[in-house]
Design a protein around this ligand. Structure first.
Ligand SMILES: [Zn+2]
Length: 283
């Protein structure tokens, strides 16, 4: 298989479904998505997941909206959120932009619509009307799930206004937790590595980038990089809900985990984060 970033031959990785490029560090997975497949959906308790992730996501989304305001062209108004899920990013952005969300998961898009958010069910760009364009297009934890990323980037170029802004928020292969999980997988413990790739979930990751190889790939598709920043993978707010979601019910163990992680957050902030945001302008 050839690397989608640099075209070199890829090598086998740390699992049978995993390949890496040793020239540009791009990683890929042969994991098939099963969105709207009831059998895989039943594995997730969506409501618990929502509570567990909400506080962290909302703070990170506010940070992204601030950067979008700073880097968008003067007068930029319209914003498209691809794969808007529960609509939290739309909620963070709608005070500043005229927002629209697209969501392929039927249950999630209905949930967001029921909250009064402007959301269309379907895939990008098919769910858009002919000629519909935006000043800003955002993908929050979405682009790493899309198998044909070249087609998605071409559609972004087509659907962005001149000098429009493309914002990609995604996991980074340089992140501390990803590096640890890769090391453990090499030692035969694949659990954390499979969890980070979301193996077995309705929509697993098919790509893992770092900001360098991602910039190279996106630049080949008619954009240039304008800004890059990291988001914290852990925040104190909402941490207890996230720990409860792991299934631990013993209160003493929960609190011990909580205290250990709160103490570790300043140390972890010295390493590259597992969540990065890369912003590009249409050439
Ligand atoms: Zn490569």
């Amino acid at each position: 298989m050839n690397c989608i970033v640099c075209g070199s031959m890829t090598s086998s990785g740390v699992a049978p479904w995993h390949t890496t490029c040793r020239y540009c560090d791009y990683e890929s997975a042969a994991l098939a998505p099963r969105i709207n497949d009831l059998a895989s959906h039943a594995q997730l308790n969506e409501r618990d997941r929502e509570t567990a992730l909400r506080a962290l996501r909302v703070e990170n989304f506010q940070a992204i909206v601030e950067e979008a305001i700073h880097f968008a062209q003067p007068g930029a108004r319209s914003m498209l959120d691809v794969g808007c899920a529960h609509g939290w990013f739309l909620e963070a952005a709608r005070g500043h932009f005229v927002v629209l969300g697209i969501e392929p998961d039927a249950a999630l898009s209905e949930h967001a619509l029921a909250k009064g958010l402007p959301v269309r069910a379907g895939y990008f760009p098919d769910a858009l009307e002919e000629g519909e364009c935006f000043d800003i297009i955002v993908f929050n934890d979405v682009i790493e799930h899309i198998p044909d990323i070249h087609a998605a980037l071409a559609a972004c170029r087509e659907r962005l206004a001149p000098e429009g802004l493309l914002i990609l928020n995604l996991p980074s292969s340089r992140g501390f937790f990803y590096k640890v999980a890769s090391l453990l997988a090499r030692l035969g413990m694949r659990g954390p590595f499979e969890r980070l790739w979301q193996k077995g979930l309705p929509s697993p990751h098919v790509h893992y980038f770092n900001h360098r190889n991602l910039s190279r790939l996106v630049s080949k598709n008619g954009f240039f990089p304008v800004h890059f920043f990291e988001l914290p993978a852990l925040r104190v707010r909402g941490l207890m809900e996230r720990l409860r979601f792991t299934g631990q019910s013993n209160r003493a163990i929960l609190w011990a985990q909580y205290v250990a992680i709160v103490c570790a957050i300043p140390v972890l902030s010295m390493f590259p984060s597992d969540a990065v945001v890369c912003m590009f302008r249409k050439r």
